[in-house]
Design a protein around this ligand. Sequence first.
Ligand code: PLP
Length: 440
Amino acid sequence: MPLLHESDLHGSLQDPVLGAISFLNEVMGRHPGAISFAPGAPRLPHLRDADLSHYTDVYLEHLRTERGLSEERARRLLHEYGPSRGLINDVVAAALSRDLGVPARPEALVITVGAQEAMVLTLRALCPSPGDLLAVATPGYVGILGAARLLDIGVVAVPDTDRGPDLGALRAACRTARAGGRRVRALYVAPDYANPSGTVMDRADRHALLSVAEEEDLLLLEDGAYAFTAPPGTDVPSLKALDRDTRVIHLGTFAKVCLPGARVGFVVADQPVTGPGGTRLLADDLAALKSMVTVNTSPLSQAVIAGMLLEHGGSLADLGRDRAQVYRENLAFLLDALDRHCATPELTGAVSWNRPRGGFFVRMRLPVPVDTALLERCAAGHGVLWTPMAPFWIGDAGDHELRLSCSYLDQPAIEEGVRRLAGFLHDIVPTPTHTRTRTS
Ligand SMILES: Cc1ncc(COP(=O)(O)O)c(C=O)c1O
């Protein structure tokens, strides 16, 4: 008799959202020759030449000169347990204030193990009771949907439009929750080239969302992961930069701009929290939660990220500029390859895709259900992989869509991958003749 049955374990383990990423890794492992448009990870050539010990030395020098630490003390900081709040808060806060207009004080920041940990900590703190709900602009990032599921936090879907979350639907969701004795605590939104929708919100829509958040007494969890990819001259201030009311908790990651393997992200949580002991910052509470989750983000990883920033004058924008340019070129190349290979008379009208100007992703709609069986068929028969979009939705609204990522491949691989994808699409899309045969 086995010791454990899955019904004795947490229900999230049976939720497809938790299996989505490992399933893709597993398929990639089984089809090593396939070209994969699945990972939203940075392209490896960027990372190959990263001199980690040099970046660590740059940060050690910062500790000596800016914080007046001895050589020995500075090195010990990197080798020992560190503060849960983080070690490099001063460097990150300066970069955020300077580049994103995010008025981040070091003490209002927590340096986390990726944006993912920031999501978990923030949701844990904001949703103390079963009646607390998270609204998510959908299709939404699987990381936030999975974090909510793990914490047993109910999620309400707010449809994403091409201008951001549908504000009427958001208001209605808040009203419905209140009528049922529940409350929507926060909306998760990625206003800059969201994953997977590619949506960008303009300044007026950001102000409108902030107003609704105030009227409905919501917090906004802003995810800025892809803001750095905005084409020059098109970037709009982040929600946090426009926030006059500490409504916005800003979540960030260094995975896309620096190194995903460092696992460093951050959260700006400058909301005052009052209690019998006085007033503190929400960041203090997130740090307290973190002390029971990962204790602290690896000081060695933090040193590498801070060193990378300092090497670029302490500027996130400078650090991300070249990489953003490569991603935009890849995205333009992917869209061009789709036009050349997939805009054929057979596919036109049946297959469609969006045309984002930044971010990592293109979203494609097919006339057939897009599930894991279809992905297997594509991998085995055509040697190309992508991400089914169903896990990004709540319910089955997205079961005819797939996501293509431009970040991981170089242009020759994108070209070959799209050529293979086109072969697959021509195979599966019913031609008018097939349709007639089936219906007659
Ligand atoms: C929307 C979004 N947020 C955050 C992240 C990065 O999270 P992390 O820092 O945990 O790698 C990703 C990565 O795929 C993402 O797509």
